[in-house]
Design a protein around this ligand. Structure first.
Ligand code: NAP
Length: 246
């Protein structure tokens, strides 16, 4: 379905990003796997993808740093000739109530989760404009839509992604580029593994389907948006949350 397309997935060494990268490769895309710490996991994933018959490359870059994001996109262009699909997935949490949250913890979460989306889009979009096609898919969160106590930094960054997504969709729609966001609910990854069983049980009660999602649920939605099936969808936030926000 995506044969010959080039995809860049930020934060693809683990969790949701890993599942997204793998599904894109299964659909025939060549994939740039971005990571910042997990080099071994990134390389392993690349080998798995090459086994699927596509081209793949692991690139270390901290997306919160403008020049590193530039290098990440430049690597994709150099190696595979274009960037057709950009999935801005990299994200971190540094939770805490505002009374105790440090300025550093607020700023770092915004820098990675929101500036990271700007930094990568800033360098990929000009390539997409030139080729008059492209898909930008940003991973936000239900926390950015309804808020979450203990996450003013994270929710602010994720709400920022929603505004960025809608604005960019309006800017580049006439160039054949779609820009959408996916808002996961609670998905089983390292990010949610830190929650206690008691907290998990309480959270499940707030989900219509009464269970957490899997990274593949988000990856399937990315494939839907990145392929021809998503060609007339732009500026949207799609909740993949088992029924939390509606
Ligand atoms: P995760 O398992 O903690 O993985 C985070 C990924 O982001 C890792 O690959 C990590 O790379 C990468 N990363 C972190 N900081 C980075 C940076 N500065 N530059 C580049 N890459 C960086 O998280 P996840 O649960 O898969 O979450 C993925 C995305 O979904 C995030 O944006 C998160 O906010 C969002 N989300 C998750 C959930 C959930 O329930 N899990 C819910 C809503 C939204 P290294 O391995 O190299 O550190």
């Amino acid at each position: 379905m995506l044969k010959g397309k080039t995809a860049v997935v930020t934060g693809a060494s683990r969790g949701i990003g890993r599942a997204i990268a793998l599904k894109l490769a299964e659909q025939g895309a060549n994939v740039v796997v971005n990571y910042v710490h997990s080099e071994t996991e990134g390389q392993k994933l690349v080998e798995e993808m090459i086994g699927l018959g596509v081209r793949a490359l692991a690139v270390k870059a901290d997306v919160s740093i403008f020049d590193e994001a530039a290098q990440l996109i430049a690597c994709a262009k150099e190696e595979f000739g274009s960037v057709d699909i950009l999935v801005n997935n990299a994200g971190i949490t540094r939770d805490g109530l505002i009374m105790r949250m440090s300025e550093e913890d607020f700023n770092r979460v915004v820098q990675v989760n929101l500036n990271g989306v700007f930094n990568c889009s800033r360098h990929a979009v000009p390539l997409m404009v030139k080729q008059r096609s492209g898909r930008v898919i940003n991973i936000t969160s239900v926390a950015g839509m309804v808020g979450n106590a203990g996450q003013v930094n994270y929710a602010a960054a994720k709400a920022g992604i929603v505004g960025l997504t809608k604005s960019l969709a309006k800017e580049v729609g006439s160039r054949g580029i779609t820009v959408n966001a996916i808002a996961p609910g609670f998905i089983e990854t390292d990010m949610t593994a830190v929650l206690t069983d008691k907290v998990k049980d309480t959270l499940k009660e707030s989900i219509a389907l009464k269970h957490f999602g899997k990274p593949e649920n988000i990856a399937d939605t990315v494939i839907f948006l990145a392929s021809d099936t998503g060609e007339y969808i732009t500026g949207q936030v799609i909740c993949v949350d088992g029924g939390m926000v509606f």
